[in-house]
Design a protein around this ligand. Structure first.
Ligand SMILES: Nc1nc2c(ncn2[C@@H]2O[C@H](COP(=O)(O)OP(=O)(O)O)[C@@H](O)[C@H]2O)c(=O)[nH]1
Ligand SMILES: [Mg+2]
Length: 372
């Protein structure tokens, strides 16, 4: 079975270290450039499997792990509304998520919200218990492996860590989640793994990435099976670009999109189709000659990918709309599918207006409107 790259998103309360964690992973990948490095996408970055091999080398050798996915597509903007909502035609935009929790703060308001969203969309996730270096007594180390760093700590600090972990475990249990420290889990389909991390020092990112890769290839095979054929994706943002006019940034999560293909998506007034004039990817930094010279035109893009689409009539495109490549055969069915989704959206908007005042209404709104 051909697998596409799993799409990974990062969720959690504000200030828990989501951005720092992604930056650390990206920074480390760039440092390890000789082994593949990172490829920039629009709104995402691709982490090749060689980089994970490199970061988690000791663990992979020790446990004789074999990874058979080609890499992971990391969504760059933690908390992007399409990904926090994660909804896509009843399913989910992300294949897997990392839920970041501050080790000294535990569960916070947006952690609960993130858990609700992940559960309702059936998105598997692991927990990064972050800011480990701020745990009293922890002596920070420059190792990517949590287990290596742990072996250098004194007994009282280890106990303190377990105290924090099992406090979190008991709170998660009340939410119906069976969680456990990752190295004490035998069956990853039954427990949610907790990996202590320090995004500042990079501690734990070896185990974090290894677990993400392992869970994707062992438990998400059917979800990440690659389907040949016209692309499906989602619009992240609608963006003005100097010299290009209005463009859309999209994540393609299945199939293939080519220059001159016809795409369909939702606007405020209905579903429209337009011809793809150009597909753009970010230019590697070293090839950029001027600040406005930042994109590279490509002939086709294969899932999973983040791409900028240049076409006519993109002004009215809705962020969060599904996006499909249409062909003579599938055109009618796809237009109807998108229409159905916006009719629900419009009906609900007419009925409820814009009374996004209270928590309940806001929840209703993210559940029903965004991303449709
Ligand atoms: N000591 C420590 N500070 C961290 C760690 N991760 C993030 N921070 C700090 O926490 C603050 C919020 O981090 P940020 O990544 O912006 O959080 P986000 O809102 O979840 O994206 C920043 O000042 C970071 O430097 C960590 O592992 N250890
Ligand atoms: Mg952030």
């Amino acid at each position: 079975m051909k697998l596409r790259q799993p799409i990974l998103t990062v969720l959690g309360h504000v200030n828990v270290g989501k951005t720092t964690l992604l930056d650390k992973i990206r920074g480390t990948a760039v440092q390890l450039k000789e082994a593949g490095g990172m490829t920039q996408h629009i709104g995402a970055s691709f982490l090749p499997i060689q980089v994970i091999y490199n970061i988690a080398k000791n663990l992979i050798e020790k446990y004789k792990i074999h990874l058979n996915i080609s890499g992971i597509l990391l969504i760059d903007t933690p908390g992007h509304e399409v990904f926090t909502n994660l909804r896509m035609r009843g399913g989910s935009v992300a294949d897997m998520a990392i839920l970041v929790v501050d080790i000294n703060k535990g569960l916070e308001r947006q952690t609960y919200e993130s858990i609700d969203i992940l559960k309702s969309r059936n998105v598997p996730f692991i927990i990064a218990l972050n800011k480990l270096d701020k745990l009293e007594g922890w002596v920070p180390t420059n190792t990517y492996s949590f287990l290596e760093s742990l072996s250098l700590q004194d007994e009282r600090t280890k106990e303190r860590l377990d105290y924090r972990i099992y406090d979190l475990v008991s709170k998660l249990l009340r939410l119906g989640i069976n969680a456990e420290r990752f190295d004490r889990i035998r069956d990853f389909s039954k427990y949610t793994a907790i990996i202590p991390t320090s995004a500042i020092y990079g501690i734990g990112i070896a185990e974090l990435l290894l677990l993400v890769a392992g869970i994707c290839q062992n438990y998400l095979k059917s979800r990440i099976a690659y389907t040949e054929g016209p692309a499906s994706g989602v619009i992240l943002d609608v963006k003005q670009e100097t010299g290009l006019g209005t463009t859309v940034n999209a994540i393609i999560f299945n199939g293939i999109i080519r220059k001159n293909d016809i795409i369909a998506f939702a606007t405020k007034t209905g579903v429209i189709t337009t011809k793809v004039r150009a597909l753009l990817m970010p230019k590697p930094l070293e090839e950029m000659r001027a600040p406005e010279d930042k994109f590279l035109s490509v002939e086709e893009v294969v899932a999973s990918a983040g791409v900028k689409i240049v076409a006519d009539n993109l002004d009215e495109a809705l962020g969060g709309s599904p996006l499909f490549v249409v062909t003579e055969e599938n055109k009618e069915a796809i237009l109807n599918k998108i229409k159905e989704e916006i009719s629900v959206f419009k009906f609900k908007m007419d009925k409820e207006g814009l009374i996004i005042k209270a928590y309940r209404c806001w929840r209703w709104w993210i559940d029903n409107c965004i991303g449709r």
